[in-house]
Design a protein around this ligand. Sequence first.
Ligand SMILES: Cc1cc2nc3c(=O)[nH]c(=O)nc-3n(C[C@H](O)[C@H](O)[C@H](O)COP(=O)(O)OP(=O)(O)OC[C@H]3O[C@@H](n4cnc5c(N)ncnc54)[C@H](O)[C@@H]3O)c2cc1C
Length: 441
Amino acid sequence: MHQHDTERLTRLPDNTTDAVTIIGGGPAGLMAAEVLIQQGIRVDLYDAMPSVGRKFLLAGKGGMNITHAEPLPQFLNRYGTRRDNIAALLQDFGPEQLRDWIHGLGIETFVGSSQRIFPKDMKAAPLLRAWLHRLREAGVQLHMRHRWQGWDDDKRLQFTTPHGDVTVQAGCVLLALGGASWARLGSDGRWLPLLQTRGVSVAPLRPSNCGFDIPWSEHFHTRYAGQPLKTLTATVTRHDGSTLRRQGECVITTQGIEGGLIYALSAPLRDAIDATGKAELLLDLLPDWPLEKVQRELLHPRGARSLSSHLQSRLKLSGVKAALLRECVGAEVYQDLPALAAAIKAMPLQLSAPRPIDEAISTAGGVAFEALQDDLMLRAIPGVFCAGEMLDWEAPTGGYLLTACFASGRHAALGALQWLSQSRQKSDSEPGSADNEEQAS
Ligand SMILES: Cc1cc2nc3c(=O)[nH]c(=O)nc-3n(C[C@H](O)[C@H](O)[C@H](O)COP(=O)(O)OP(=O)(O)OC[C@H]3O[C@@H](n4cnc5c(N)ncnc54)[C@H](O)[C@@H]3O)c2cc1C
């Protein structure tokens, strides 16, 4: 669009001192809107998409895992090096309070066998519908199809819309712009340089809870892509020498491997590839069988039977698991049964790269906690708060992502409230100095 045919609008909230402009209508931004509107603050929420909560709805497609029932210390450990930062956010609004809040929307929840917590019908749509109804009734103003592009020279927010450019004067802003995966749902990470140019320290956005590339042979991926590998144990060694071990399932893809087990190990795998260009995963294909038993069964006389039918009859190793073993282990190992037994219990799988960030479940990197005050206000830009996945933390799947997004939205909103109240006190004691009076003139 050319500058000369863009329609330029300037919108002023009724009273800038008692208004917050939220950009981003995911779980973090909507939670912030709720906290603020309940306190009588005018809330204008802008989002690039035609409707809010699109990633939240997608998360509900495969079963909306909203939080987790494990004890809080364990829960907090899932945030790794950012444990303490997230603990501060979850202090008043942790998994239990989140669950109560969901019940308050008329949505029942249940604890699954893995201790994961889901809405009773597993879906996100009824929850979002009830929530949006409540927010609209309370007076939250939603401005859809407004993509934020940064600030103009007068520090006004700039948006592009299908009807031209829009400029918004805002005293207090809360950014909840998400990460950079599934860009077609709205979060594309383009906010990162906008904050960087204003002196905010940000870590590069990287895929988290993602799949990985493996250069499979043509034969293997054409036959086995899409097939699930059930109940494996996978171990990765971190660069400090410690190991992370998880049991679960994953899926062979044309390009490599993905699924819950891989996502759970994706952070150290991605870090290893960043540091050395490759990562190795050790798979135990028969986690319920001790090595000695695998050896004993393999060494059992097999008569005229082929080795593959021997593996199938003695170890129940067949199909995609047996094919994976064949794909990853050299022919010489098949001549040496003790070595083959060892490979079945610790089969090295070489990963070459994480899948592109757009395919990831979530994003690591973002606004550094060091760039934020405890109330989530940017140190470099007073009056601008940040929340949700755009902050520099990551966590595995299991409800930890949404829990921290909700809690950070609430925490940033409480920070904004406090900031508004301080600005009001300041403007009361200095007549004529209030932002809104100057801007309206
Ligand atoms: C397939 C999938 C399944 C998932 N399943 C789960 C799960 O079961 N449990 C779980 O805990 N988590 C899950 N997640 C992760 C979870 O959905 C996200 O962590 C969460 O939605 C992030 O919330 P947010 O509010 O920070 O950002 P988002 O939900 O990404 O919302 C950000 C909003 O900002 C808007 N926006 C971005 N840039 C701009 C701009 N420049 N101008 C205006 N608006 C903008 C976007 O349109 C979007 O509406 C899943 C994610 C995916 C992709």
